[in-house]
Design a binder for this molecule. Sequence first.
Ligand SMILES: CCCCCCCC(=O)SCCNC(=O)CCNC(=O)[C@H](O)C(C)(C)COP(=O)(O)OP(=O)(O)OC[C@H]1O[C@@H](n2cnc3c(N)ncnc32)[C@H](O)[C@@H]1OP(=O)(O)O
Length: 167
Amino acid sequence: MKYKVIKKQNSGNSCVVCGVNNELGLKTSFYELENGELVAICDTKDWHQSYPGRVHGGMSAALLDETIGRAISINDETIWGVTVSLDIKYKKPVPTDATIKIIGRITSENRKLFEGSGEIILPSGEIAVTATGKYMKMPVEKITDGELTSEEWKHVEDKEKLEYIEI
Ligand SMILES: CCCCCCCC(=O)SCCNC(=O)CCNC(=O)[C@H](O)C(C)(C)COP(=O)(O)OP(=O)(O)OC[C@H]1O[C@@H](n2cnc3c(N)ncnc32)[C@H](O)[C@@H]1OP(=O)(O)O
């Protein structure tokens, strides 16, 4: 199904998942969709492998962790959190040299914690990895020991603006 993109989220600078200047990172972009979910898109590379041709399970976990964690800011971009638990199920191999999508959503929230779920979708449309995560809300200044600078957290325009994303 095709979903309208409401907003592209900011990118980090050095983050292994979203850092635009981390040459070995996944350089993932995050888009808020009209259905209230967040979708991440990235190209897996040879250097993200565990076994040849297969993305490392830790990279898949990092992608799901960040996608679920970022979904909380769809409704309030002042909320940040740190992961307190993450449960991953690996159902199919994720290939290197492929464009994959990661979906994340929030399933519950209270004053202190939020929880969410997500999945990695292969180019074929199959679900390869699923996750549920729990996060503790925390001010970003406390997480990073200071403010995020405009270099560390910024809007990066796509070469071609994405209007819709097929999931
Ligand atoms: C851009 C945004 C996307 C982000 C996605 C990526 C996020 C990350 O990768 S973050 C990195 C990985 N995670 C971390 O580094 C977190 C490391 N852990 C910590 O810093 C600490 O354990 C921290 C801050 C979560 C809790 O520390 P602290 O406050 O001392 O814990 P503690 O005093 O034991 O607990 C405080 C409260 O939280 C509750 N709590 C703590 N852990 C949990 C848990 N896993 N589940 C439920 N409740 C919990 C406690 O029960 C307690 O509740 P109450 O106040 O009612 O008694």
